[in-house]
Design a protein around this ligand. Structure first.
Ligand code: R5P
Length: 300
């Protein structure tokens, strides 16, 4: 039976995930009208009363990033004005996260500003999934910071892959890779990555044995695919048998699809924190695991 004091609303960034979460949480998916003005401005309106209810808004800040962010802020503002008992926002993918510090003088700390804006717009709390860094976590102060690691691990466990090595694409990702390796009873390796400029990185070698092994590279985001494609190639050069590329958030922007198709991984595994229907058509090796149950548990 559905809980009538809880209502879930989905923004337009990832409606399929919103629907799946509401269903798994046995909560009502509320009516929220979302439109665009002729000049491109976002518009939203709650088509039902939410006064006194516990309201969950689901919105990923994925491409078109700024449009989805503004839409989220408008939804929160509209919701707050209707006086819900609690207004919680579930952000499966938090955009602007990689702008979490000043690299060159004169830049904003966008990840912090976005966190402030979400709070200012009316959110009483945030539930997030695999935030990019500790700094982002500090800015956003989520009530719950969920991890996709068990969901991704479950996918690999079912495959019963032998001679498995979990590979961190850089030292920053090593802690996560070690956790994943422990769950999968696998070994770890790490790629020695050198940053040449803001956009260019060079992978210089591997710490750990990957020769003849089946490797799973674990990262938080696949964006332009530069990191993953270079890592796949390097592992193959060092004799890896099969290379799987896994990440929580699959943005697949710019040259990503072309790069990953050319690098020929055995599979690419991401969650549905970002809609993947279109990417699946172009990336034949793409497998999507759902984080709907993980997020629905928080609503329940
Ligand atoms: C870097 O800090 C992140 O963890 C990812 O490695 C990065 O965002 C991936 O970007 P791209 O796919 O453009 O190489």
């Amino acid at each position: 039976m559905k809980n009538s004091t809880i209502v879930v609303f989905s923004g337009s960034a990832n409606p399929l995930l919103g629907k799946e979460i509401a269903k798994k949480a046995k909560a009502k998916l509320g009516n929220l009208k979302i439109e665009k003005f002729p000049d491109g401005e976002s518009y939203c309106r709650f088509d039902e009363d939410i006064a006194g209810k516990k309201v969950f808004i689901i919105q990923s800040v994925c491409p078109p990033v700024s449009e989805n962010l503004v839409e989220l802020l408008l939804i929160l503002d509209a919701a707050k004005r209707m006086k819900p008992k609690k207004l919680i926002v579930i952000i499966p993918y938090y955009g602007y996260a990689r702008q979490d510090r000043i690299v060159k003088k004169g830049e904003p700390v966008s990840a912090q500003l976005v966190a402030r804006a979400i709070k200012l717009a009316g959110a009483d709390g945030v539930i997030a999934l695999d935030l990019h860094s500790k700094a982002v976590e500090k800015f956003l102060k989520p009530k719950k910071h969920l991890k996709a690691l068990p969901t991704i691990a479950a996918y690999f466990r079912k495959k019963k892959i032998k001679k498995l090595v979990v590979v961190a694409p850089d030292y920053g990702a090593l802690k996560n890779a070690k956790k994943q390796a422990k769950v999968l009873k696998a070994k770890t390796a790490v790629i020695k990555k050198k940053r040449l400029s803001g956009k260019k990185v060079k992978m210089e070698g591997i710490e750990g044995n990957v020769h003849g092994k089946n490797c799973v590279i674990i990262d938080d985001i696949i964006s332009t695919g530069g990191t993953m494609a270079q890592a796949i190639r390097l592992l193959k050069k060092h004799g890896a048998e099969n290379v799987y590329a896994a990440a929580t958030h699959g943005l697949f922007v710019g040259p990503c699809i072309k790069r990953l198709n050319a690098a020929k991984p055995k599979e690419i595994i991401v969650t549905n924190s970002i809609p993947q229907k279109e990417h699946c058509k172009k990336l034949k090796k793409l497998k999507v695991v759902s984080i709907a149950s993980l997020l629905a548990k928080e609503i329940k």
